[in-house]
Every structure is written in structure tokens, then in C-alpha cells.
Design a protein around this ligand. Structure first.
Ligand code: AKG
Ligand code: FE2
Length: 253
């Protein structure tokens, strides 16, 4: 089974490059819009410029109190290579419930976004909270994962706003399907795109079920922003589904 390789081209704007799973000499570089490749959509310059700048400043300040999650595996403590916090979006109760969910992250509900800018709330329409992340530099990131369906219910829509430094966002199919063996045209398996300041990625269903996403650690793919340097901040808007959370917790135990 061939391993797909990502091609990165940071000059591309609303498009990104992806490779299929053919042997390398047969692989085709394809330049397609994100929504042609995956169930995701990308919106550049999402917020009015001054609002994005203010939000970046506010989050940079807030992030001084954000914490790096920790967890234990086989008696060894691991620390997440990013700092995180939760913001409520018009539903403080949901935030309180989330605190008890046993999430590995240290939850801070210090700041409510309920009174936040109207356009941000429009983006977050059906969302009850936002998970905020700070990646100080290219040495911080988040590994390939799907967002936990036990808290979000099946087929969630998640909107992710990037602020500050540009970082690479990678989306890859969750299960490897050997298209060649099945006699089909190879499907796109992995796609990379740079996310500059003020870009919104909407992960529509079934992104969480069928794809994994990540912000890989990098030496070269971190383009500084004048206001934040190498720091990238991210807000992912989600809707907590307590009814699914309960079922998930029973299943997990
Ligand atoms: O920083 C990002 O763009 C992704 C964050 C993410 O995937 C998450 O917090 O679950
Ligand atoms: Fe995620």
C-alpha cells in the first residue's frame, strides 16, 4: 500500500495541493478547492480586518492564563504542545457541563464570548462554545485527530478561525483505502493548506467521521504575523451535545 505524500505550496491562496495514493512516479499533483477534496470549506478574510486584529490582541492577552493539557500513559506524564482554554458562546451552562466531562485539558471559562462581536456569533451560529488554542511557534502543534464525537454528537459541524501566524493545516482520510487494489481511481488521501490570519475553515460532516486533521510541528511552515510573531491562535466553534456526552461516557467507562 503506498503512502500518500503532501505537497505544500504556500503561494496558493484559496486552493491547496493534494496527492493521491499511487506510487510516487505516477502520483498526480492536484490543485483543487478545499470543498472539492474534503467536506471542508475555507473562507479567507472572514472578519473585518480591524475586528480580527482586535480579537488577536485580546486572545494573545488572554492566552497568558491558558494552560497546557496533561495526560498519563503507562505511568508517564505527557504535556500537550499548545495552550488551550474554553470560551462560552451564549451558553454558559454548556461550558459548566464541559468542565465535568473529564477532558484532558485544564478548562478555564474566565472570559465569555457571549458579548462578543456579532459577526463572530454569526459564525458560531449553532455553537455553544469555542475551544481556543495557542501555538507559540512551529515547535507547537496538534497531532492528527478527529474531534471527540462523544461530546459533540455524530456529524458535527465545526468552524475554526485562525489568527496570527500562518500555519499548515493537514486533512487526511481516516481509513486508508487501497483504491488501486479495488480498481478505482485513487482518491485524495491527504491535503495540506496554509491558514493565514483571519481564515475560517468550516469542517462539515462527515469530516470528523471520515477524516483526521492536524497542525503539524514545523521548522519552515510557520509564517510570522506582525502582531503575534510566530504565535498562532485558533478558535474552534462547536456545539456541545450533553445527551451524546452521557452516552459516550457510559461507553467509555
Ligand atoms: O488549530 C487548529 O486549527 C486545529 C485545532 C484543533 O483541531 C482542535 O483544537 O481540535
Ligand atoms: Fe480538532
Amino acid at each position: 500500500m503506498s503512502v500518500p505524500t503532501a505537497l505544500i505550496n504556500d503561494h496558493l491562496d484559496a486552493h491547496f495541493l493534494a496527492t493521491d495514493q499511487r506510487p510516487s512516479h505516477k502520483r498526480q499533483k492536484r490543485e483543487l478547492a478545499l470543498d472539492q477534496l474534503t467536506p471542508c470549506e475555507l473562507i479567507r478574510d472572514f472578519l473585518p480586518e480591524d475586528l480580527a486584529a482586535r480579537l488577536l490582541q485580546q486572545l494573545l492577552k488572554d492566552s497568558e492564563s491558558w494552560t497546557q493539557g496533561t495526560w498519563w500513559i503507562a505511568g508517564k506524564e505527557h504535556t500537550a504542545p499548545r495552550s488551550s482554554s474554553y470560551y462560552s458562546v451564549g451558553d454558559r451552562e454548556a461550558l459548566e457541563r464541559h468542565k465535568d466531562s473529564g477532558n484532558a485539558l485544564d478548562v478555564s471559562s474566565r472570559v465569555a464570548m457571549a458579548a462578543g462581536p456579532a459577526s463572530l456569533q454569526t459564525a458560531a451560529q449553532l455553537c455553544t462554545y469555542a475551544l481556543a488554542n495557542l501555538y507559540k511557534d512551529g515547535q507547537q502543534g496538534v497531532g492528527a485527530h478527529s474531534d471527540k464525537l462523544t461530546q459533540l454528537g455524530p456529524r458535527p459541524t465545526i468552524a475554526s478561525l485562525s489568527l496570527g501566524a500562518s500555519r499548515l493545516f493537514r486533512v487526511r482520510r481516516a481509513g486508508t483505502v487501497d483504491a488501486a487494489a479495488e480498481g478505482r481511481e485513487p482518491a485524495v488521501e491527504l491535503a495540506d493548506l496554509m491558514l493565514p490570519h483571519n481564515t475560517l475553515v468550516i469542517m462539515f460532516p462527515p469530516t470528523q467521521e471520515e477524516w483526521r486533521h492536524e497542525v503539524p510541528k514545523t521548522k519552515s511552515q510557520c509564517k510570522p504575523h506582525p502582531a503575534s510573531g510566530t504565535a498562532r491562535l485558533n478558535l474552534t466553534f462547536r456545539s456541545l451535545k450533553p445527551e451524546w456526552q452521557r452516552i459516550g461516557r457510559v461507553n467509555e467507562s
